[in-house]
Design a protein around this ligand. Structure first.
Ligand code: ATP
Length: 237
């Protein structure tokens, strides 16, 4: 049995009076990659923000590695071992790649070898070739990789990635897919929000399909891929 890390049951969240998530449920186990897929506006980003405590939410259960996350501030949630890479890639544009990585450094977890720039440069070889470059001189895809690498410097057990393939060149999307596979091989669990199902299908073990803020399907990626009617209905593909 794999360890349950992230346990979300009946999650509800609103912006002011507008409720966006309705009894959403999903699970992420140690070392697996789960894709949270759905159309534009389905509620993927909101789900990740609610998990990270960036939005007030209620739920029957919302926990990570046995810690309840309800009402817990974001910095403490990160210390439980949950990393978060938002869509807007918050890297420091005045700092170099190497300096950005140092900003993210936090003590390692017992029993795991800590991430360091050398290991991360093996995961993201293109960053290694431009260590001294400032964030402002990087493409969107390179910034996205740096944002992921910096989050890994905090030695998380799991990482939430918001649309990592969005708006980046196809060659970088492929590098991103390889990096996510390598992260999984290193034991980091990944919850990935994606509209790009073809990208998600390449790297995910399971899918959680969200439609208008509700869970429509949870199961293996292979089952989701085989269900053409569900895919057409929820993603239009
Ligand atoms: P996208 O791919 O566009 O990011 P998504 O699945 O991540 O889509 P969310 O960004 O979570 O969707 O948005 C879910 C719903 O919440 C949408 O109807 C959106 O308009 C609404 N919403 C998002 N952010 C806010 C906000 N700050 N205030 C009010 N409504 C919001």
């Amino acid at each position: 049995m794999t360890t349950l890390l992230l346990d979300v049951a009946k999650l509800c969240a609103s912006y002011g009076r507008a409720q966006v998530l309705f009894d959403l449920s999903l699970q992420l186990h140690a070392g697996e990659v789960v894709a949270l897929v759905g159309r534009n506006g389905a509620g993927k980003t909101t789900t990740l923000k609610a998990i990270m405590g960036l939005l007030s939410a209620r739920a029957e259960r919302l926990s990570f590695a046995g810690h309840s996350l309800l009402g817990v501030p974001t910095y403490r949630i990160a210390r439980f071992g949950l990393g978060y890479v938002p869509e807007d890639r918050r890297i420091f544009t005045d700092l170099t790649i190497a300096e950005n990585l140092e900003v993210g450094r936090r003590a390692g977890r017992p029993g795991h070898s800590p991430w360091n720039p050398e290991r991360l440069f093996r995961l993201f070889p293109n960053l290694s070739e431009m260590k001294g470059r400032r964030g402002s001189q990087m493409s969107g895809g390179e910034q996205q990789m740096l944002s992921i690498a910096r989050t890994l410097m905090g030695n998380p057990d799991a990482i939430l990635l918001d649309e990592p393939s969005e708006g980046i060149a196809p060659v970088i999307v492929q590098m991103m897919a390889e990096a996510i596979r390598a992260m999984k091989a290193e034991g980091v669990a990944v919850l990935l929000s994606e509209q790009n199902w073809a990208f998600a299908a390449q790297i995910s073990d399971r899918a959680c399909v969200i439609e208008r803020g509700e869970t429509r399907f949870q199961g293996s990626m292979a089952d989701f891929m085989a269900d053409h009617a569900l895919r057409a209905e929820t993603l239009g593909v």
